[in-house]
Design a protein around this ligand. Structure first.
Ligand code: SF4
Ligand code: SF4
Ligand code: SF4
Length: 302
């Protein structure tokens, strides 16, 4: 059997994960814990039970199906004991309302590529291809490397979205099969970076500069979270960093949205950044203009 990965979603026809129309493959596992995480269901390296409360009719089928007695219902509520959950999927099969899902399914390289190939014609027309995302795809390095290699053999354009937090040698090994690195720059202040993501940014920056030195194309992806990192000094640092990179082709401003918060609830967790507000377009435009005045690199909303 070939290499297997743990995939929690494959999204076709994505417009925001690199050039053209793309198929984005989301891999489980992330070494960071960003306070605003947009994909909290990606963080664990294991499958997770995902509960869409709004679809639940309290019918009780999952209670009967669960061998570990994880589900408990009252007249108006449905609780899940996640400590006891073995992620067997019995309750998912029993629910006729699609209120339960397992996030994280094992797939082989060939299985993923079969999905990716379905949109081959769109890639040719739009200049798109495959993007690996997550989570942090480098957490499943062996699988990600093989997937990129086989995808390249088929002639696809490959992007990888990365936090930059992985051993340098691994980035250097995959770079020949990566057309563009969508490289995150979350916080310029090292202490704040540690506080808001759980990891130091030293290795991340070293990896970024090393890839740039080797000639890899880079799109700098900058999540901007009101109240956390939308200060002028950080926006200035984004422009300064871009100015030091020879192979950067674009800066993406990624405004906070609260989807991650609601998804956290669906896996029984609470997101540290507790905001329900979408970022207003005017604010995003202001950030883009502010950075754009300080660099010649194109700055776009990502
Ligand atoms: S089977 Fe589905 S709809 Fe019925 S109680 Fe369980 S989660 Fe809710
Ligand atoms: S995944 Fe299995 S163990 Fe977990 S709640 Fe559902 S039936 Fe129970
Ligand atoms: S790097 Fe991405 S997936 Fe990982 S915790 Fe941060 S936002 Fe979430």
């Amino acid at each position: 059997m070939g290499k297997q990965g743990l995939i929690f979603a494959i999204e076709r026809c994505s417009l925001h994960d690199g050039p053209g129309l793309r198929t984005t493959v989301f891999l489980k596992g992330c070494p960071l814990h960003c306070h605003w995480c947009h994909n909290p269901e990606s963080q664990s390296s294991y499958p997770e039970l995902y509960f869409l409360r709004e679809k639940c009719t309290l019918c009780g089928s999952c209670v009967k199906a669960c061998p570990n007695k994880c589900h408990s219902l009252s007249v108006s509520n449905h609780d899940i004991n996640r400590v006891l959950c073995a992620r067997c999927g019995c309750c998912v099969s029993a629910c006729s309302n699609s209120a339960l899902e397992i996030k994280g399914n094992p797939m082989g390289v060939e299985d993923v590529l079969a999905e990716v190939e379905k949109d081959h014609d769109f890639y040719v027309e739009s200049g798109g291809g495959m993007t690996l995302s997550g989570g942090e795809p480098m957490m499943q390095y062996e699988f990600a490397a093989e997937l990129l290699k086989q995808s390249k053999k088929k002639g696809f354009h490959n992007c990888i979205e990365t936090s930059g937090f992985a051993p340098k040698e691994r980035y250097l090994k995959i770079r020949k099969n990566v057309d563009i690195f969508l490289f995150d720059f979350k916080e310029s202040d090292p202490e704040r970076h540690l506080k808001y993501t759980g990891v130091d940014n030293k290795q991340i920056l070293e990896n970024l500069f090393e890839l740039d030195r080797k000639g890899s194309k880079i799109i700098l992806r900058c999540p901007i979270i009101p109240g956390l990192n939308d200060r002028k000094s950080h926006l200035e640092e984004i422009a300064k960093l871009a100015g030091k990179l020879k192979n950067i082709i674009e800066i993406n401003v990624m405004p906070y949205h609260p989807m991650g918060k609601s998804k956290s609830g669906r896996i029984g967790k609470k997101q540290p950044h507790d905001s329900d507000s979408f970022t207003e377009n005017e604010k995003v435009e202001k950030w883009i203009k502010f950075i754009g005045r300080r660099t010649t690199i194109p700055v776009k909303k990502g």
